[in-house]
Structures are given as C-alpha cells and as structure tokens.
Design a protein around this ligand. Sequence first.
Ligand code: PBG
Length: 327
Amino acid sequence: MNQIIRPRRLRNGLTLRKMMRETRMSPDSLILPVFIREGENIKEEISSLPGQYHYSPDRVGEIAEEALRSGVKSLLLFGLPAHKDDCGSESFNPDGALQQGIRALKERYPELYVVTDICMCEYTSHGHCGILSGREVDNDKTLPFLQKIALSHVEAGADMVAPSDMMDGRIGAIREALDQNGFENTPILSYAVKYASAFYGPFRDAAGSAPAFGDRKGYQMDCHNVREALKEALLDIEEGADALMVKPALSYLDVIRAVKEQTTLPLAAYSVSGEYAMIKAAAAQNLIDEYNVMCESAVSIYRAGADILISYYAKELAEAMKKGDIG
Ligand code: PBG
C-alpha cells in the first residue's frame, strides 16, 4: 500500500477533530421561540411540542431566565390572544398579551434581546395571515395592519421585528412605519423565504392558527422553487430588510445555501415546530438518540450557510456548544 493521502489522519482523537471542524457556531447565534398567551399565572405544556410551554405575560420571565442561564440571549415571541376577530385587532392592542409580555421581559431582563413575529394568523378568526376580501387574503389591505402591529411591538420595547406574513411589500411598509415614528434603528429580520409547509403543523396547534378554510399556498412559497427564493430575498433587501430568514430549515438546506451565496445579509434559518416534534416523537419511541440527532441537525443548518438558528432546542443547543460537542 502506497497511501500518501490519508484523510483518517485528521480524525484521530477528539482534540484534533475539534481543531479541524469546518463549521463553527456559538450560543450567540441562537434564538428561542416563545409563546405568550393571554391570561394570568399560565405555564402550560404544549401537547404538540413536548418541552415547550405557553406562558402568560406575568410568567414569561421564567423561560427568559432559563434561556439566559443556558447562554441563549434572544427570544422570538409569538402572542396568543383570548379573542380573535376578522381583522385580528388584538395583534396591535398596546395592552395585548404579547405587548405586555415584551414590557415585562424588557423591564426584568434588559440584556435579553427580544424579537417579535409579525403576523395575523394567531389573531384572526379565520386563521389567515391577513385581511380577507372574499376568500382571498387582500395583500394591500393587510399592509397597514402589519405596520400597526410592528409599531405596537417596538413601542412596547421589542428590539427587532420579524414579519412572517409573506405579503408583498411588507418590509418596505414596516420600514416606513418604523422610520416615521422614530424607530429608524430597529432592525427587521425578514421571513423572506417562507414556504407553505406541512412542517408548521404542531405550531398551528400550539397557536390555534390553522386556517379555517383553504391553505396558505396563495401567499407562502411553493416547495419546488429555489430561484423564487432568491427573488423574495432580493426584493426584501431592496425594501430595507436587515437580515433574512429561510423557513423551514431541514428540508430546505439547499435554499439556505443558495440565499447565502447570492446575498450579503446575515442569514437566519428557522428549524420549525414539525422538525422539533419529529425528533421528539422518534426519540420517545427510542428510535433515535435525541441529543445526537438534535446536534447533527443543527450542525447541518449552519453548514448549509445559516448564521443564526431559530430553534425550539435553542437552550439545549447552547449547552451542547458550550460543552464543545458541536461548534
Ligand atoms: C405565523 C408563523 C407560523 C410559524 C411562524 N410564524 C405559522 C404559519 O405560517 O402557519 C411556524 C413556526 C413553526 O412551525 O415552528 N404565520
């Protein structure tokens, strides 16, 4: 045997393998999604997302505390109102559950970085992400509502807003509303590339936001497309997005890579509820090793090109990174 080149040389021992890692990550890049439900004294496990909870605004500090202790410095907040209506009025109520939660968090944990999801589907009685005209979501009628929602979040203290509604022109509209009200330094993380995905199933149970009729394919993207992802990303950059997101993550690693290569903005990937729930369900049946599958999945998302990971496993991933198991 005349083997000059032996790839195995660099796999010999943990220290060397860690030195040779091509993908580096740190807890600084993790964001944990959190659900804030209207009411008091609520901490209730979400049946579709084992290990995740609904918190009322008075108790949401508990998860912030846990996140910060693990090294996760940022939360992505969703609000769940007690009452829904046609135009999702609770979404821009300055005293809504989410707005109360933001204020409570920023008061107690000023160092916590608070990102909020901007969408209407958790707030509308019909479960669609905007205002309806007939049975269609009316793009242009929805934009002023998104502006009001974003403003109500930043006025409550949100550090960054993340529009997930997929209306055309929303980034420009929200940017304008923020700028006109003195929030020109508040960044927008655009869910630029959001697919109409069956992987959101557990989230919709958690948020009670499944559409009452039809689906979201008229506004979210078709999973067959990647050039369209670039079109969406480039449009949002033109409209003033500060960072981009691809969602879901695991079935869209090629999309993450494509957007990373063709844009210059920081890129987030959202490993969504279905990705988390699948790992949990398989692990509960002893079919896979939860910790190692969680680690490997997260690494794949960074390796594909994500700079930031939004994950229901954020706390556990932060611990894994601190231990050096990944990153
Ligand atoms: C709101 C929104 C959804 C998710 C994030 N923001 C649901 C949807 O579009 O139906 C999904 C997140 C997840 O599945 O973890 N529109």
